[in-house]
Design a protein. Structure first.
Length: 617
C-alpha cells in the first residue's frame, strides 16, 4: 500500500479485531463518527454546538505556545529542516576555517528553536563526524556574561565558577587551557550563545562586554581573531600577550581545528550594535545565516507533522484557516515559496496550543475549537486577559508592576523582555507573597518563564499582542524609562552594600524624585524608595554648621543618602573615604540625610561629624 492510499478499515462483521464505535442521537441532535472520536451536535433553532467524546487516551500537546522548542522537543520540531542542514554545512566549514558563526533573525522568527531543537539534536545524531560525542554548552549572556560562560565551562570541566570567571577577565586566552582538546577523546566543544543581544540589553559593563567577545573569538579561532589579537594584544589592551594568546594563534597558524564551534544567535535589530566591535563585525561579514519567514510548505509541516507525531488529527479546513489568519501568501501550489509576516510564529504556536486545550477529550483539532480561542490574532491577549481578570484588585496592581519590571524600555529600538531574579521581583514588591502568587499564575499560563532563579516574559510577541501591556508601557514612556533606570541603580546599590558612589545627585535625583512623587501605588519599589531616601519636609533648611571646608573625617554612615551637592571640582559625590579635606560643598534647602547611626558619638554638629566642626589645625 502506498503512502497516498488510505488504510484499510476493519469490517463491522467481527471477522477482524478492531475498534468499533457506535453513536445514537435524538431530539434533533446529530452524531458523527470521525476517526477515534464521536462528535455530537446539539441544536436549538439556528444555534448549535458540537462536542466530542473521547475513545482513547488524550495525546500530549506537541506545540510549545509562546515558549521556544527545546532539545527534548526535537521530535515535534518541523518546518526548518533545510535551514538546519544549511547551518550544519556552515559549521562543517568552520572546522577548517574557524570563526564565530552568526545566526541572525527578527524576533519571533524561531531562532532559539532552530538552535536548540534543530541544530543541537542534529549534531547529537552525528550530522558532523564525531559530533554525537562532542560536549555541548548552551547559554545566554545575562547581565554577567563572563560568569554565564564560566558556569558552562565549570559544568563541563570542573572548577569553581568564580575562579574561572576571574581568570577569563584577567586573561581571555586562558579559556583554551580550560577546554578539552579537539583532538582528544571527547572532541571539540559546541558552544551556543543564544539571545546574544542580552550582551547589549542586560550587560552594562563595557569592559566585561569586550572581554566576553574576546573570549568567544579566542575559542572560535579564525584569521580574523589572529589579526585582531595582533593589533590589540587582547581585550581592551589587557591580557592575551602571554603564552595562552600564543597558543590561540598557533592553533590557527598550524592549520589545526578551532577549540570549539561557536554559534551566536542574534536578534536582527541589534545588528548595528555589533558593528562597533571589530570581532563581531568580522563575524557578520563571514557568511552569517539569516533566518527569514517560513514558506507555505514549511508552515504546513509545522502545523501538520507535530500533530501526527502524537496521534492528533486536524479537521479539514483548519490548516487553511490558520494560514489565512497568519497572513501567509504564496504564488501557486507549485511555487509555495511565499511567507508570512516575520515574527508571528509564536502566535501560531500559541493558537495551536490553545486549540489543543479545546480538545475536551477528543483527538482532533477542530475549526470550532480554534475559533473559541480567539484565533491567532487574539489567542495570546485572551489568555493574558483571562489570567489578569482572575486576580483581585491588589493582584492586578502587582501584575502591572511585575510586567513593567520585565520589559526593557528601549530608545531607538524595539522594546525587549528582560530577565530579573525572582527573589528581586518579590523583594522589591510592596507585597512579596502576593507577588509570588501573581508570578505563578502567569507562569502556569506559559506567559512567564522561570529559569532557575530568574523570571522573564516567555516571548516578546506578548509585548505586541497584549494590548493592556502595550498601554502600560506607552501611557508614560518617559516615566517608564526613569523608573527602569531608578530600579536598576537601586538594585545595584542594594546588592553592592549601599555603595554611596551610586547615589543620585543633581538633575538625575530631581527627575527621579519628581516621578516618584506621582507614581502609582507600589511604584517605586521599597528598595528604590530606600535608595532615594525620605522626602524633604516643605521649607526644610540644612543645619548651619558654620563656614569652612567639609572635614575629611565626616562619618560615612551619616553622609546624606541623596544630597544635592555643588562641588567646585565635580558634581559627583565621592565616598567619604576619598573626600578631600578642602572640597567646598554647598547644601541646598532640600538636602536630606540618613538617620544617625547607633553609637555615633560626635555630637558637635547636627550631622554628627566624627570630629569638631569646623576642623582645627
Amino acid at each position: 500500500m502506498s503512502e497516498d492510499e488510505p488504510p484499510e478499515l476493519d469490517p463491522p462483521d467481527g471477522t477482524h479485531e478492531g475498534v468499533h464505535l457506535e453513536a445514537n442521537a435524538s431530539e434533533g441532535a446529530t452524531a458523527i463518527v470521525a476517526g477515534r472520536d464521536v462528535y455530537i451536535t446539539y441544536a436549538y433553532g439556528v444555534r448549535h454546538r458540537r462536542r466530542a467524546e473521547s475513545r482513547g487516551p488524550v495525546p500530549k500537546c506537541p506545540y510549545p505556545g509562546l515558549a521556544a522548542f527545546e532539545q527534548q522537543h526535537a521530535q515535534w520540531f518541523f518546518g526548518r529542516d533545510e535551514l538546519v542542514s544549511e547551518l550544519t554545512t556552515r559549521l562543517d566549514q568552520r572546522l577548517r576555517t574557524g570563526g564565530m558563526q552568526m545566526v541572525v533573525a527578527p524576533s519571533g522568527a524561531g531562532k532559539t528553536s532552530l538552535l536548540r531543537a534543530g541544530l543541537l539534536p542534529r549534531l547529537s545524531n552525528g550530522a558532523l563526524e564525531g559530533a554525537d560525542r562532542w560536549p555541548k554548552v548552551v547559554l545566554t549572556p545575562t547581565a554577567e556574561p563572563l560568569r554565564a560562560l564560566a558556569t558552562g565551562i565549570a559544568a563541563l570541566t570542573g572548577g569553581t565558577v568564580g575562579e574561572i570567571a576571574a581568570e577569563l577577565a584577567a586573561d581571555p586566552g586562558k579559556v583554551l587551557t580550560r577546554l578539552p582538546s579537539p583532538l582528544g577523546e571527547r572532541g571539540r566543544v559546541v558552544l551556543v550563545v543564544d539571545q546574544f543581544e542580552e550582551l547589549f540589553t542586560l550587560c552594562t559593563d563595557e569592559q566585561q562586554r569586550r572581554t566576553f567577545i574576546e573570549v568567544l573569538s579566542r575559542i572560535a579561532g579564525g584569521r580574523d581573531d589572529t589579526a585582531a589579537t595582533a593589533r590589540t594584544g587582547g581585550a581592551g589592551g589587557t591580557g592575551g600577550t602571554g603564552s595562552t594568546g600564543a597558543l590561540a594563534r598557533a592553533r590557527i597558524d598550524n592549520g589545526t581545528s578551532p577549540a570549539a564551534l561557536v554559534v551566536l544567535g542574534l536578534r536582527a535589530d541589534f545588528y548595528a550594535g555589533c558593528v562597533d566591535h571589530p570581532r563581531l563585525r568580522a563575524a557578520l561579514e563571514d557568511t552569517p545565516l539569516v533566518v527569514g519567514p517560513m514558506s507555505e510548505t514549511e508552515l504546513r509541516e509545522a502545523i501538520r507533522y507535530p500533530a501526527q507525531a502524537v496521534g492528533l488529527e486536524i479537521e479539514s479546513g483548519l490548516e487553511e484557516l490558520l494560514l489565512g489568519d497568519l497572513g501567509a501568501s504564496w504564488h501557486s501550489a507549485a511555487d509555495a515559496t511565499g511567507g508570512h509576516e516575520t515574527g508571528r510564529l509564536p502566535l501560531l504556536a500559541h493558537a495551536l496550543r490553545s486549540c489543543w486545550q479545546q480538545l475536551n477529550g477528543s483527538h482532533t483539532l477542530t475549526v470550532q475549537g480554534y475559533r473559541d480561542t480567539g484565533g491567532i490574532r487574539k489567542a495570546v491577549a485572551k489568555t493574558a486577559d483571562a489570567v489578569y481578570q482572575g486576580l483581585d484588585e491588589t493582584g492586578r496592581r502587582l501584575a502591572r508592576s511585575v510586567f513593567l519590571r520585565l520589559v526593557r524600555i528601549s530608545d531607538g529600538t524595539e522594546d525587549t523582555r528582560r530577565r530579573v531574579p525572582r527573589a528581586e521581583l518579590i523583594r522589591t514588591s510592596p507585597d512579596g507573597p502576593r507577588a509570588a502568587l501573581v508570578l505563578e499564575a502567569f507562569t502556569q499560563a506559559r506567559l512567564l518563564t522561570v529559569r532557575l532563579d530568574s523570571v522573564e516574559i516567555t516571548h516578546e510577541a506578548l509585548l505586541r499582542s497584549w494590548p493592556l501591556l502595550g498601554n502600560w508601557i506607552d501611557e508614560d514612556r518617559a516615566g517608564r524609562l526613569t523608573h527602569q533606570n531608578l530600579e536598576d541603580t537601586a538594585s545595584a546599590w542594594h546588592d553592592g552594600g549601599q555603595d554611596p558612589s551610586l547615589l543620585y545627585t543633581g538633575s538625575r535625583l530631581e527627575t527621579a524624585e519628581s516621578w516618584a512623587a506621582t507614581a502609582p501605588p507600589g511604584e517605586p519599589s521599597a528598595t528604590a524608595r530606600d535608595f532615594l531616601g525620605p522626602p524633604p519636609a516643605p521649607g526644610a533648611a540644612a543645619p548651619d554648621c558654620g563656614p569652612g571646608p567639609l572635614p575629611s573625617s565626616l562619618c560615612s554612615p551619616c553622609w546624606p543618602r541623596s544630597a544635592r551637592v555643588s562641588r567646585s571640582s565635580s558634581n559627583a559625590r565621592p565616598a567619604a573615604s576619598s573626600r578631600k579635606p578642602n572640597a567646598s560643598v554647598t547644601w541646598s534647602s532640600t538636602t536630606r540625610f540618613s538617620p544617625p547611626p547607633t553609637g555615633c558619638a560626635a555630637p558637635t554638629c547636627p550631622w554628627r561629624l566624627s570630629s569638631p566642626w569646623p576642623p582645627t589645625g
